[in-house]
Structures are given as C-alpha cells and as structure tokens.
Design a protein around this ligand. Structure first.
Ligand code: FES
Ligand SMILES: [Fe+2]
Length: 422
C-alpha cells in the first residue's frame, strides 16, 4: 500500500515537530499511512498524535471499513439480554444491518437483516433494538425466516419454478458469533480467527471480576456524534483528560496523576487503572484508597481492586470499566467518515440483582453517567470542528505517558491497515 515520494513536511528526519499544514493539502491516504507507520514505529518517549487528516480522510475511512470493521470481532451486547429462544437484538456494524438471535437450541446466531427477496430490512417495522419473536417475517411481502436464517415460508410463490427449485437454499446470510465473558461478539469475516485465544492473557488482569456473572441493568443510548470514531477511541482510552475535561466530575474521584499507565503489550487489547483519591475514598486498606460504593462489592476482590476502576478494552471499538460494585462497558461504531454511534452500558453482579433499591441506585447512577458522557461527547464534537481548520497546527502534538494507549492504537492500525508488524 505504501508508496514513496510523499513530502508531508511535518516530520523531519529525526521525528521532531514541524508545521503540519501540508497534511491538509496533499490529502492522499498513502501519505497518511506512511505517517502512521512512521509514528507507530517510534519508541513511546517519541510518541506523537496523528495529524488532523487521520480523523477526516474519506479514503482512509473506506480502508478502515474493509480492513478493520469487516475483519474484526465487534461487541454487540450481553448474552443475558437475549436469554429466551427468539429474543433478538440488532446492531449496525459499519453499514451492515445485523440481528443477533437466540435459537430454539439456545445457540446465539448473527444474521443479516437484508431480505433475500427484494432487500427490505426484515425488522424494519421494529422501533426498538431489542425484542422477541416467533420467527422473522419480512414486512414487505411476508417471507418468513427461522432463527437460523432459513426461509420457512413465502406466500403466493409456488407458480415460480425458480423459487420451487431454490427455496431450500434461500436464507439470511449468517456471521460468526463468539461469546467472551458474557459479551456477544460478531465478526463479518467468515475466515476470522477465534477471539478467545487473542484475549487469553487478559485473564491475569481481569479474571477476578468474573465478568460472565454480571447482568446488564442500564443503557445510556447516546445520539450519533458528528465526529470520527477514532476520536472516541482515543478519548476512551486515556485518563490524561480527567484533569482537563472532567475536572469538575471525575478528577476528584480518580485523579489523572493517580492513574496507572497502560503497560500492555497485546495487539488485541489494552488496559489502564483509575485509582481513587484519598479525598474521595471511603477508607484505606494496605495503602490503597477504597472506591465509594453504591452496592456491596464483588466478593474476592483485593484492596487494590477495590481502589480502582480497571479500564480494559478490546480493539477496535469496545471497553470495559470494572469497579468493585458496578461494571460499565462502552461500544462505538463508525457511521461515516466523520460520525459515529456510542453506547454506554451498566451491569451489576448477579448477587445484587434482587435488591429492592436497585432501580433507584441505577437511576441515580444514570444521571451521573450522562453528566460525564456529556463532557466527552462535547469534546469530541468540538475537536472535530477544529479539524476543518486550514491554518491551525494540525500535525498532532507529543503524547503524555498516560496517552500510551493512543500510541498502542497507532501500532494496531499500522498493522491492520498497512500490514506491518511493530
Ligand atoms: S423484500 Fe422481503 S419479502 Fe419481499
Ligand atoms: Fe472522558
């Protein structure tokens, strides 16, 4: 993919910063990929954010769809959301309309929602993105499909001999599904390698949270953001901005200077630790300041665990924030070159599900989440607007040690988009 001869004008031979205005004018995706590989190849001490064009270039977006979103495992929900046979949830994965459904045999499958007759969304009449049915009936001409996607009936078709010959092979295409710790992942690539082996070494870090025992209790469904998905990715992965953007909300609880920097080496996941401040702590144990709680904490966690929120993410579009009493997870997906959809979910451990005050606790927590997410959403929109500047400093600045996941993400993207291993 890489071609030589591009003059970007923003990195000289020793990697120092120069004016990046050239990044706007040459516009080519090849040059951008060259910059990506160059920055991703540097040691962390030389790490630098990508130029503005990384977040606006349309050709790059097409490449991301093809090489990242149509190839990677993407989280679409939790298994307990579709407990019964026939319960389903929908997801739009980089333009692909998908339904994930539990079959009569208990198996979870992912199917395309494009009707093989004349292309209606078989769930077009559904207003909600979760539901339950006896089978899928296309609202256009009533063709019916079972939970494996097979055609189970089509009215007034028997006079067509093509239909009669082919009907047993007419179906909604299916996609790969894998469950990981209660999370449902879908992959559009039929040849995708399984997910679990990639994440096996994550267990050392997150195993004690027994994520498969938690249940979804709340969703913060956020309106589509007019910003590139990678701005969301980068924002979700660093605690550096707590002392800036979240100075009135998060910083008091989990200050940036107490964050444990990412040290992971995996190509598939990343992690950081947010630790509670002495001022906000409800106590101290073995030198660790313990998080305030709204529910009894998960049993078996160490004092270290009870002092932290563990942020652990799976590339390219999901993170988990595991605390002693609440589990948050977020997903985001591009909807265009400069837009994405973000969702935030809240889970509680199964041992807390029957509490009579759970609804109230969840509602109060919801308000707090909306407040923080509003700050993040505001920032992403504000940053995207600045990317249209022609005269600003658009090259990207040096990264803090707390922004290590952004440098790691550059390495991931260089591998996915260009095929280099770093
Ligand atoms: S488009 Fe679905 S039945 Fe005709
Ligand atoms: Fe944030």
């Amino acid at each position: 993919v890489l071609t030589g001869g591009h003059e970007r004008g923003h990195v000289n031979g020793n990697g120092s910063l120069t004016n990046g205005a050239a990044a706007q004018s040459d516009g080519g995706v090849e040059a951008l990929l060259q910059t990506l590989v160059e920055r991703a190849s540097r040691p962390l001490e030389e790490a630098q954010a990508m130029p503005a064009e990384f977040f606006t270039n349309e050709a790059l977006y097409e490449l991301e769809l093809e090489r990242v979103f149509h190839k990677e495992w993407l989280c679409v929900g939790r298994q307990e959301e579709i407990k019964e046979p026939g319960s389903w949830l929908t997801a739009n994965i980089a333009g692909e309309p998908v339904v994930v459904v539990r079959g009569d045999d208990g198996t979870i499958r992912a199917l395309s929602r494009v009707c093989p007759h004349r292309f209606m969304d078989v769930l077009a009449e559904e207003k909600a993105d979760r539901g339950k049915c006896e089978g899928f009936v296309c609202p256009y001409h009533s063709w019916a499909f079972d939970f494996e996607g097979k055609l189970s009936g089509a009215p007034l078709m028997s006079r067509n001999s093509l239909y009669e010959r082919e009907k047993d092979s007419i179906h909604l295409p299916s996609f790969k599904v894998e469950l990981w710790k209660g999370f449902i992942f879908v992959n559009l690539d039929k040849d995708a390698e399984p997910l679990a082996p990639r994440l096996a070494d994550m267990d050392e870090l997150i195993g004690q949270y027994r994520l498969e025992e938690w249940h979804l209790v709340d969703r913060v469904d956020w309106p589509e953001s007019p910003s590139n998905w990678k701005l969301c990715m980068d924002n979700s992965r660093e605690n550096y901005h707590s002392q800036g953007l979240h100075r009135k909300t998060v910083e008091f609880l989990w200050p940036s200077h107490m964050a444990g920097a990412d040290t992971t080496e995996s190509r598939y996941w990343y992690a950081q630790h947010m630790h509670c401040s002495p001022e906000a702590a409800i106590g101290e144990e073995d030198g660790h300041y313990l998080n305030p709680l709204v529910l009894p904490p998960l049993d078996g966690l160490s004092a270290f665990d009870r002092s932290q929120y563990l942020l652990a993410g799976v590339y390219p579009s999901m993170f988990v924030a595991a605390g002693p009493d609440l589990l948050f997870y977020a997903t985001w997906r591009p909807t265009g070159p400069t837009s994405h959809k973000f969702e935030l979910q809240v889970c509680v451990h199964e041992s807390n599900l029957d509490r009579p005050d759970l609804d109230k606790i969840v509602a109060e927590n919801h308000e707090w989440l909306v407040e923080i997410q509003s700050e993040d959403a505001w920032a992403l929109t504000a940053v995207q607007e600045m990317l249209n500047s022609r005269k600003g400093a658009l090259d990207g600045g040096p990264l803090s040690y707390l922004e290590r996941p952004i440098w790691q993400f550059q390495r991931y993207m260089a591998e996915k988009l260009v095929g280099v291993e770093l």
